[in-house]
Ligand binder design. Structure first.
Ligand code: NI
Length: 190
């Protein structure tokens, strides 16, 4: 798959919501850089864009492996089609894939109101590092390094947390954390 010439193709995967156990598990490293992995990434990107979201980690689609996709820079436009129906048009994709990522350096702090496809309806400010250095592998297994700040850094930290079984509400104060945990549990039971 050529990310430079990304085409919006794939299948929409069901997204697990908190407290689904897979979301609290530490994910395993990716060892096979094969067609199946490429297929999963394709479907994860498709699922993320249609959700819509700016990041999606493999555990969120039930795969407990160290992989996430993100795009902090695409366009989403609601247009009226020829049949007079409202339609969402997505364009200007900049997909990124991080496999076996490791955050090797951090500096500064920043806060941003985060949300998560696995915790629908919850938006809360989370404190994160402003700048990070991350090492990761691509779909071929080749190693890369990246210095990221602001939105990209926040997104990488949020997605990387998913690989360690941490959902963003765990990063809130005890009071808020317990409130949302109870709320999500109740919604799950219903
Ligand atoms: Ni999330």
């Amino acid at each position: 798959m050529n990310l430079e010439k990304y085409e919006l193709k794939g299948d929409q995967l069901p997204i697990m919501t908190y407290p689904e156990p897979v979301l609290s598990k530490v994910a395993k490293p990716v060892t096979d850089f094969n067609k199946d992995l490429e297929h999963l990434v394709k479907d994860m990107l498709f699922t993320m864009y249609h959700a819509p979201g700016i990041g999606l980690a493999a555990p969120q689609v039930g795969e407990s492996i160290r992989l996430f996709v993100l795009d902090v820079d695409y366009d989403r436009e609601t247009v009226t089609n020829s049949a007079g129906k409202e339609e969402v048009r997505l364009s200007g994709f900049h997909p990124m894939v991080f496999i076996n990522p490791v955050i090797t350096g951090t500096s500064g702090t920043t806060t941003y109101e985060e949300g998560c496809l696995s915790v629908p309806g919850v938006y809360e400010e989370v404190k994160r590092h402003k700048t990070i250095h991350v090492k990761y592998q691509d779909l071929k297994g080749d190693f890369h390094e990246l210095e990221a700040d602001d939105m990209l850094a926040i997104c990488i930290q949020h997605e990387n947390d998913h690989l360690d079984g941490v959902v963003f509400i765990e990063r809130l104060s005890n009071l808020k954390k317990n409130f949302y945990k109870k709320k999500m549990l109740k919604e799950k039971v219903r």
